[in-house]
Design a protein around this ligand. Structure first.
Ligand code: PAF
Length: 325
């Protein structure tokens, strides 16, 4: 009896152990720094829906928006040590981890959304996603932040000389800083969660971001002038922690990759919509919008920043991107 009881108890425990995973869904934490009404949030919603559907409830997704898990640089570090499962981040701070991505942040590199999306969805984008693996990161999909435009609280900026002397918050990205230095502004790198207060208190005069960010992070409350400079395309990427990734089966990894694509599509759709509708909304909210920008003047002014890139990293990636156009 004793032996039979022990066998039964062991079998019972083993069966209970087997049954557990399907009973309790694994929660995947996804962090990002923009508002829960933003393009990134639209991406997380679509990712969540698709992952939960594909995995039939094996995974559930919990969104942490608005920098609740820290700025983008801090969240990328969180992925490397496994305290966060997945992140949607701009490439702003990513070059500090994966220098090959710096090329994407060169000003006026991409001509329009189709051009940028085509490069990122093609071989170059895939090669860069694969590079994440060399730096304790997993690249799930290229998604999007959008073309960046300048805002400030001082004056209309319609030509490069109007920007001279302004103190502008930039991302923690040395290519962006080099370009702004060429424009004669004072670039002040700062993590995004600190930006609203810095603008409100006048620590900086301005910042630059895509329309979705200016609108949904309420930057219009503390900035009067918007110039549609579109001076750089800002890619975003969905990254996963290698610690999460290594614990997944091949089938589960496939679900994550497919869900990330769904997230990217939803994000891009919102970015495209707000590129026009959002500008109107910002006008209605009281911003003065300068839309007759001669971009070629800005492009000429920041051109020397390309040598800052090529001197350090050569021109291989740049040539590949240019020859793919
Ligand atoms: O300005 C930035 O840091 C980024 O564009 C943001 C708003 C965090 C989105 O990636």
């Amino acid at each position: 009896t004793t032996i039979r009881a022990t066998v039964c108890a062991t079998l019972g425990l083993a069966l209970a152990g087997l049954a557990l995973p399907s009973l309790a869904a694994q929660t995947i934490t996804v962090g990002h720094t923009t508002a829960d009404t933003s393009h990134y949030s639209a991406g997380v919603d679509a990712f969540k829906e698709r992952l939960e559907e594909l995995s039939e409830g094996e995974f559930t997704v919990q969104e942490h928006a608005a920098g609740a898990l820290g700025g983008e640089r801090a969240m990328i570090e969180g992925l490397q040590i496994g305290t966060i499962d997945a992140v949607i981040t701009s490439t702003g701070p990513l070059g500090n981890f994966v220098p090959e991505t710096y090329v994407l942040d060169l000003p006026f590199l991409f001509t329009d959304y189709d051009n940028a999306r085509c490069v990122l969805d093609g071989e170059i984008g895939q090669d860069l996603l694969d590079m994440m693996g060399n730096h304790d990161l997993v690249g799930l999909a290229w998604t999007e932040n959008g073309f960046r435009h300048m805002t400030n609280s001082k004056r209309d900026v319609s030509a490069p000389e109007d920007a001279q002397g302004l103190k502008i918050r930039t991302m923690e990205n040395k290519m962006h800083m080099a370009a702004f230095e060429e424009l004669g502004v004072h670039p002040t790198p700062m993590a995004f969660p600190e930006v609203f207060t810095a603008l409100q208190q006048g620590t900086v005069d301005g910042q630059e971001n895509p329309i979705s960010v200016i609108l949904t992070s309420n930057l219009w409350e503390v900035q009067d002038y918007l110039s549609l400079t579109g001076h750089v395309y800002s890619p975003a990427i969905m990254l996963a922690s290698p610690i999460l990734w290594e614990g997944l089966s091949e089938e589960q990894q496939g679900w994550f990759l497919e869900a990330a694509q769904a997230g990217a599509a939803a994000t891009r759709e919102m970015v495209s919509r707000l590129e026009t509708e959002g500008v109107e909304e910002l006008r209605e909210k009281g911003m003065t919008v300068v839309d007759d920008i001669d971009k070629s003047q800005f492009q000429a002014a920041v051109e020397p920043s390309y040598t800052v890139y090529t001197d350090e990293y050569g021109s291989e990636w740049l040539d590949r991107i240019r020859s793919s156009e």
